[in-house]
Design a protein around this ligand. Structure first.
Ligand SMILES: NC(=O)c1ccc[n+]([C@@H]2O[C@H](COP(=O)([O-])OP(=O)(O)OC[C@H]3O[C@@H](n4cnc5c(N)ncnc54)[C@H](OP(=O)(O)O)[C@@H]3O)[C@@H](O)[C@H]2O)c1
Length: 327
């Protein structure tokens, strides 16, 4: 049912929709729902699971829970999956627990492999740009991850375009091809497009896997008239702030109306929009339940968005460079 797209000019195909484990897979979450989502996702053709060292809470627990479910239920299918992880955000105390040093990246990758009970990941990312560590050092850690067999491919997340260009070049000089870049991207957050990142990635043959295509849930019907209990914006451990929702509410309502007049829920409009944009290989969604996951996958069954709808979206939510973006 899912289609697979080539990741840049590499040999890797990724599902249009990938599943991320940032929220809802930690120790504080329902383990049976988490297991249900992973099994339902794989059953429906989602072959790519996106993790990071710090996903939880507590940090590390999403990888540990994923590893347990993988071993119990899916170990026979490891070669049918792409498993990604990242290092760079705060993970453990002291000076080596975050950012872009070789020390942090390689120690973190070893910890991730142990938590997930696997000998290698498919993709290892530098999770965020580090303004203080020489780029050569961070890239040398990615190159070592690949040459040592702990990762099959290297990825880069959230770097601004000039730094991304340099990183790709340095990796190339070390004999490593950048497989994939991971930016945030949604109707409400179009800075990668405004900065020409997707066009550049296409030229370079690098895939783009975009995160938070539903703007953490803002591009669903739930925030149209307030902040419902249990939603990410209402959860103390959720990353989405109430003020972010309030700042976007006018646009959310206008987009909700547009989706309604086109005969689809807002989250289907949002997912179809992202998958129709230039250079997008896959969209990493989050889900709180099997029902949400299934509902999101139904978005793929609808027809492409018309030019009229795309133009209205451009008018309501134009692509704006990062410094000016609201979400
Ligand atoms: N590289 C990076 O720095 C980075 C940063 C962020 C994320 N990511 C990756 O991207 C993944 C996805 O991010 P995200 O979770 O923010 O993605 P998202 O798809 O934009 O938001 C997911 C949230 O939207 C709500 N939702 C989803 N489907 C729904 C539906 N059908 N109906 C109603 N509500 C629905 C749920 O929140 P409620 O709890 O409110 O229901 C869900 O947890 C992460 O797991 C992670 O793998 C990477």
């Amino acid at each position: 049912m899912l289609s697979y797209r080539r990741c840049g000019s590499s040999g890797v195909l990724l599902p249009e929709i990938s599943l991320g484990l940032w929220h809802n897979f930690g120790d504080i979450d329902s383990q049976s729902e988490a297991r249900g989502m992973l099994l339902a996702a794989f059953e429906q053709g989602i072959t790519h699971f996106d993790l990071a060292n710090n996903y939880g809470p507590p940090p590390g627990s999403a990888e540990r829970n994923f590893g347990r479910i993988l071993q119990q239920d899916l170990s026979a299918h490891r070669d049918e999956m792409i498993i990604s992880t990242k290092a760079g955000h705060a993970m453990w105390p002291g000076p080596y627990g975050e950012w872009g040093s070789r020390k942090h990246l390689l120690a973190s990758l070893d910890q991730s492999l142990e938590r997930m009970r696997i000998p290698y990941v498919d993709v290892f990312y530098s999770h965020r740009p580090d303004p203080d560590t020489p780029l050569e050092e961070t890239m040398s850690a990615l190159a070592t991850a690949v040459s040592s067999g702990r990762a099959l491919y290297a990825g880069i997340s959230k770097y601004p375009l000039p730094m991304l260009r340099d990183a790709v070049e340095i990796l190339r000089s070390m004999g490593v091809r950048t497989l994939i870049y991971q930016p945030p991207y949604s109707i409400l957050n179009r800075w990668p497009e405004a900065e020409g990142i997707h066009a550049w990635l296409e030229q370079q043959g690098i895939g783009s896997i975009v995160f938070s295509p539903l703007a953490q849930g803002m591009l669903t019907d739930k925030y149209v008239s307030g902040i419902p209990a249990g939603s990410r914006a209402a959860r103390p451990d959720g990353f989405l702030q109430e003020q972010q929702v309030i700042a976007q509410q006018e646009k959310i309502r206008a987009l909700h109306q547009l989706a309604e007049s086109a005969g689809m829920p807002l989250h289907h409009l949002a997912l179809r929009w992202v998958l129709q944009q230039q250079g997008v290989t896959s969209a990493i969604i989050g889900a709180r339940s099997v029902a949400q996951l299934d509902d999101n996958l139904r978005a793929l069954k609808g027809p492409a968005l018309t030019d009229d709808i795309l133009t209205t979206i451009d008018q309501l939510c134009p692509a704006v460079r990062k410094d000016h973006a609201e979400a």
